[in-house]
Design a protein around this ligand. Sequence first.
Ligand code: GDP
Ligand code: IMO
Ligand code: MG
Length: 425
Amino acid sequence: MNKIDILLGLQWGDEGKGKVVDALTPNYDIVARFQGGPNAGHTIEFGGKKFVLHNIPSGVLTPGCINVIGNGVIIDPYILKGEIEGLQQAGFDLRQTLKIAKRAHLILPSHRVMDAANEKALGKMKVGTTLKGIGPTYTDKTARKGLRIGDINTVDFKERYNHLKQSHLHHIASYDFDMDSLRLDGATFDEYEKLWFEGIQYLKQFEFIDSEYYINEALDAGKKVLAEGAQGSMLDVDFGSYPFVTSSNVVAAGVCSGLGVAPSRVGKVYGIFKAYCTRVGTGPFPTELFDETGETLRQNGHEFGATTGRPRRCGWLDLPALKYAVMLSGVTDLMMMKSDVMDDFATLKVATAYRYNGKETLHLPFEACTETLEPVYTEIPGWQQKIEGKIPQKLEDYIKFIENYVGVPVKFVSYGPDRTQNVWR
Ligand code: GDP
Ligand code: IMO
Ligand code: MG
């Protein structure tokens, strides 16, 4: 029986998942997204070209690979249409290779407005969302009010759309929120709604599937399947720094509900982390650096959001948080990204514990959601040389330190954005 492998981010997102999924895709027949939506921005670079994917799995740039948007994903048809068209212009025709789950929920234009209105109402306590409508769409899903891809072809789709939209607008009217000056990707609400319906029509040329049968039958037939995570474990709705999180289960368990595969069918779990840490949006970040070193990481690593362009907050590697994420998902293989960003550093630091309430702890306590934990650091000598295909001894020592702490081997080291800039260990 073939098993499904999983690849997920272990920090606060943007670890480099897109790059690694693309690099691994030649070994797989199918790549499937299982959660999240266009809040994701997954970058892939090769041959001097750069692609950023939001709703589409990162296997699409490998000829012959089938890409599935699973039932746990939420879709904005306007954004998805734009992505497909952009890829088509670059020479990638997705009509035969992209399959969309009928059970995947739709992000309505009014979900995006709700996202903006909620954020405004929160004031200083805002989450710093991507404003793609993620929270309101998942809220409607669990409230059993959502619309799904499979509903697009039903006769009363427009009626149900209007009903849900009206309930959102009614709700928004109770907020101090100016709908008229709001712009969604540069468009007024009415303009966006029109583009959204064009997106709905456009998507009808793609195959809508029962993705749970599709994936399980593919595994039964001996196909190799990779599940691609979005966001990062520290943004998981249950285990992240709630309420400063996204609205889906980012950890490996999300694959079971987001694609309909049983836990016994899970094979390898690849966990991706940067050699340091970044976060976008609000919320606690124990190892955040506010000094020149933080700025160096941001500049060297081009740490600006792939979806929103926001500068990413930067800090040292946080090992208790990494170990927590490894535990939550049963990670079997670690992959370290962006080690080249620290090539010039004479020394670096890693957090190996936190100080909280006068005591040292190796755990992320419940209070870590809202309060600041003080990191306890260990200093590590830098490698001060370029990586270029071979891991320098001092970087090897850094990796061994991480492996000893976390208890899982680092199998892959990435030292540049290009598809080929990796070393397997
Ligand atoms: P994702 O959301 O996890 O797919 O990551 P993003 O695409 O949002 O952000 C990762 C960024 O780092 C992208 O710009 C990648 O091109 C880039 N990147 C990935 N791996 C490496 C690496 O090893 N070194 C450097 N310098 N950049 C990398
Ligand atoms: P990828 O897949 C980094 C963050 C937002 C915000 C919080 C909630 O590219 O790693 P949301 O729009 O989901 O309601 O925002 O989550 N966030 C991400 N941060 N990478 C992502 O995706 C993210 N997706 C959401 O910045 O703090
Ligand atoms: Mg990203």
